[in-house]
Structures are given as structure tokens and as C-alpha cells.
Design a protein around this ligand. Structure first.
Ligand SMILES: NC(=O)c1ccc[n+]([C@@H]2O[C@H](COP(=O)([O-])OP(=O)(O)OC[C@H]3O[C@@H](n4cnc5c(N)ncnc54)[C@H](OP(=O)(O)O)[C@@H]3O)[C@@H](O)[C@H]2O)c1
Length: 290
């Protein structure tokens, strides 16, 4: 059995191709989809995240306005910036890039963004639509705004793990942004889903039982390669810095000996997430026409 390494950049290109034609149609009707990115200036992780969003916007024809906030900005300045972006008719979608200064109440800002311009799909309205949907097809058809990393994991699973029906999936991590929505999406895809977290007693055993492992923790090499079931599909959404390199949660080299498919870090889930985030932006811009 030879392991296959998933090419996230190539998969993302397929998504961009489809998006470019949706953007062209919007432009024919006089609408240029607009994204606003609000972030803390001088924070390296935030700045590289923002650069990736600018590149992706340019690829698709989306206009991207960046709002770098000074380290001295207080909550009032953040609120004013969000309000300005909400009022701007040229902006259809908004992203708040973490980390934010401690003095800024992130949840307050999230609530202020509301649902209409929420590109990240974290507003309870979008969560409600996601949890009521009957499948990935319905999500696509209704342009449901789903947290992009979760949807990236589900779309990659669909591509690599087929057939998934009835098989065992393990999602490691239970955050609102990745773990929870990912587990829900996999359940909609007829998988039998287990969710592990920091209090899980025997992670190794859970991994050994899984036909599909999706990890979203942020601890380098948390999952030993030898734990992976022979022929399993491994999707690593975790990203952390180790010895100056971006590293996933899974011991990549070890997992190569066991898995059927594996996503690398970087170059796996990340590019697909960015493309699907842009898809959310385009969907929100299309919403203006409804
Ligand atoms: N590739 C991408 O595009 C992308 C996008 C978003 C996030 N990420 C990455 O995904 C990772 C997770 O992000 P997040 O926002 O979901 O993080 P988060 O909110 O910190 O959640 C981490 C989750 O991991 C669980 N966890 C912590 N230690 C664990 C352990 N030893 N064993 C099992 N589970 C453990 C936590 O459990 P508790 O709930 O019990 O605390 C929590 O549910 C990070 O590395 C982040 O950088 C990647």
C-alpha cells in the first residue's frame, strides 16, 4: 500500500476556478464582492494570515480592504472600525483576525458583526442553519456559511475517504471554529463520529479505532504515527510552530507508514480553508441580490 499525500493547493485551485465564474456574474450586475480584514498590526501570525487572504482575494476578483489596528488601540477603536465596515456597502464580509489585545472583548465584537457580513460562519444564525442542514449538498445549494476549516476538512474527507458511510471518524478538538462543526459535518456524511478533547482518557486507543482521523488541536506531534490504523485517512488541521517551522498535530513521517491518505502541514488543510473562506465571501455578496 503506498501512501498518498494530499495536495491542498491543487484542490484549492478547483474551488477558485468556480469562484471566479461566480464573481464574474456578480460583476456583470455591478457588484464587486468586498472583504474587510481587521487585525492587530505587527503580530507576525496575523500579518501572514492577512497576506494569504489578500492573495486569495486577488485570485478570485474579490476586493480586500485591510484594517490594521495599532497595538495601542482600545476596544472603542475596534468597535468603530467594525461599525465602519458594517456600514460600508462595498463590504459584504468581515473577518476578525485573532489574537486581539486582552483589553478588547472579542465576543462583543463578534456579536457586533452579526450574521449578514460574518464570513467565518460563527454567528448563531449560521450555526443554526448548519445544524439543521441535511447534508453537504444542501449546504452548498443554500450557500450556508460554514466555518471554513471545518468545511475544508469535510470536503477533503469526501474526496479522499470515499466511501465514508458507516465508517468511524475521530475528530480531535471541540472548538466552535473547527472541532464541533467538523464533527457535525461528518455525521451528516453518515460517518460514526467520536470527538476527543483534552479530557479524553485514551487518545491512542481512539486513534487506533478510526478510519478517518481529523485533528485540530495545535500540539505538534500529539499523535504518533504508529497509532494510525493501517489504511486510514488522516487530515491534520493543527498548526503550530516548532523549531521555526509550521507543524501539524500528527507525526507526519510516522503516519506515512500507516495511512492511505494524509494531508501535509503546511499545504494541506490551510489552502483549502482559505479558498472556502473566499467562497463564504462570495456567497455573502450574492446574498445582496436575494
Ligand atoms: N489549517 C487552518 O486553516 C486552520 C484554521 C483554524 C485553526 N487551525 C489550527 O487548528 C488548531 C485548533 O484550532 P482551534 O481554534 O480549534 O483551537 P482551540 O480553540 O484551542 O481548540 C483546541 C482543541 O484541542 C483540544 N485539546 C487540547 N489538548 C488536547 C490533547 N492533549 N488531546 C486532545 N485534545 C486536546 C482542546 O480540548 P478542550 O476543549 O478540552 O480544551 C480543544 O477542544 C490550531 O492549531 C489552529 O492553529 C488551522
Amino acid at each position: 500500500m503506498s501512501v498518498k499525500v494530499f495536495d491542498g493547493t491543487a484542490f484549492a485551485e478547483e474551488i477558485y476556478k468556480n469562484l471566479r465564474s461566480r464573481v464574474r456574474k456578480l460583476k456583470e450586475r455591478g457588484i464587486v464582492p468586498g472583504l474587510a480584514v481587521i487585525y492587530g498590526k505587527g503580530i507576525p501570525a496575523a500579518e501572514s494570515y492577512v497576506r494569504a487572504k489578500i492573495r486569495a482575494s486577488m485570485k478570485t476578483g474579490v476586493s480586500c480592504a485591510v484594517f490594521p489596528m495599532s497595538p495601542l488601540s482600545g476596544e472603542k477603536a475596534y468597535i468603530e472600525t467594525v461599525e465602519q465596515a458594517l456600514k460600508d456597502k462595498k463590504i459584504h464580509a468581515l473577518i476578525l483576525v485573532k489574537p486581539f489585545p486582552k483589553k478588547v472583548d472579542f465576543e462583543k465584537l463578534e456579536a457586533l458583526v452579526g450574521s449578514i457580513k460574518d464570513a467565518e460562519g460563527l454567528n448563531p444564525f449560521h450555526f443554526g442553519r448548519l445544524f439543521k442542514a441535511r447534508g453537504l449538498e444542501e449546504i452548498k445549494r443554500k450557500n450556508t456559511i460554514v466555518p471554513a476549516t471545518a468545511l475544508a476538512c469535510a470536503e477533503i474527507a469526501k474526496k479522499l475517504g470515499s466511501p465514508l458511510k458507516g465508517k468511524r471518524a475521530l475528530v480531535i478538538g471541540r472548538s466552535n471554529v473547527v472541532g464541533k462543526p467538523t464533527a457535525h459535518l461528518l455525521m451528516m456524511m453518515d460517518m460514526t463520529v467520536t470527538v476527543a478533547h483534552s479530557k479524553t482518557r485514551n487518545l491512542k486507543q481512539e486513534v487506533q479505532n478510526a478510519d478517518l482521523v481529523i485533528s485540530a488541536v495545535g500540539h505538534p506531534n500529539l499523535i504518533a504515527g504508529s497509532w494510525i490504523k493501517k489504511g486510514a485517512v488522516v487530515i491534520d488541521a493543527g498548526t503550530s510552530h516548532l523549531h521555526g517551522k509550521i507543524t501539524g498535530d500528527v507525526d507526519f513521517k510516522g503516519a506515512l507508514k500507516q495511512a492511505l491518505w494524509i494531508t501535509p502541514v503546511p499545504g494541506g488543510v490551510g489552502p483549502v480553508t482559505t479558498a472556502l473562506l473566499l467562497r463564504n465571501v462570495v456567497s455573502l455578496a450574492e446574498g445582496v441580490l436575494r
